[in-house]
Design a protein around this ligand. Structure first.
Ligand code: ZN
Length: 185
């Protein structure tokens, strides 16, 4: 649906043009409706004829209300709605839209806002092949050593590396080694 409608969205069509012809150096040279996208323009790519910023779908105007309604389902309150939105969908002013779209007046959402945030248990999506996703964590110390544990989510195959320091450099080195040996997750 997004693929189809995005071609009718005048603002988003201009983004396709920017990607094809190159973005201007300054947002001043952009049409006004494209300016809000400028600060993230380096992350915007075309995937299957849709626009994405990182792994978030840019939603054509025609679907925005619908998405807001969907995000509002379950009445999790404004903050939670925003954080769910941030993982999946984007359009300029989405945060303001979330605030204004009935949520402020919504009794159910208001009661959520008063109670402390509950951590929701949710499962990771089931991977379809090896190295689709790896999970990593640091264990230890055990006799002064730490262990970087990397687990392939598909096979549960673990790779454990003994490390002496838990610094970013050390973790990056270990991940480099992992990727060069087993491939890119
Ligand atoms: Zn609500």
């Amino acid at each position: 649906m997004v693929q189809k409608e995005i071609r009718k969205d005048k603002s988003l069509l201009k983004i396709f043009n920017c990607i094809a012809n190159g973005w201007p150096k300054s947002s001043k040279d952009l049409p006004l409706d494209v300016v809000p996208f400028f600060n993230r323009h380096k992350t915007i790519i075309i995937v299957d004829n849709c626009l994405m910023t990182l792994d978030i779908v840019i939603i054509p105007a025609i679907f925005q209300i619908r998405i807001l309604k969907q995000l509002h389902r379950g009445h999790q309150g404004i903050q939670r709605m925003k954080s769910i939105a941030r993982s999946y969908v984007y359009w300029p002013k989405i945060d303001t839209d979330i605030e204004n779209n009935h949520v402020k007046q919504c009794q159910n959402c208001a009661s959520v806002a008063k109670s402390p945030t509950k951590t929701e248990l949710s499962s990771w999506p089931v991977p379809h092949e090896p190295l689709e996703r790896i999970h990593i964590d640091i264990g230890g110390p055990v006799r002064g050593k730490y262990y970087l544990v990397m687990v392939d989510s598909y096979s549960n195959w673990p790779k454990v590396a003994q490390i002496t320091t838990i610094t970013t450099t050390e973790i990056i080195n270990q991940l480099h080694e992992f990727v060069s040996r087993y491939g890119q997750p």
